[in-house]
Design a protein around this ligand. Sequence first.
Ligand code: SF4
Length: 61
Amino acid sequence: MWKVSVDKDKCTGDGECADVCPVDVYQLIEGRAEPVNEDECLGCESCVEVCDFDAITVEEV
Ligand code: SF4
């Protein structure tokens, strides 16, 4: 299991994480990325790497 967190103060809602995630964990809601499908996360950290604002953390739980 993976815990996906988005820092709302850092997220600009550019949608890069949503575009790169292979299992559609993210939805853009009110201009911010929300991990609505966290149970599907593979822990690949592609979203972490693609975020220019260091807004995302993915931790194994
Ligand atoms: S770690 Fe990979 S599977 Fe998980 S939310 Fe990020 S891009 Fe999607």
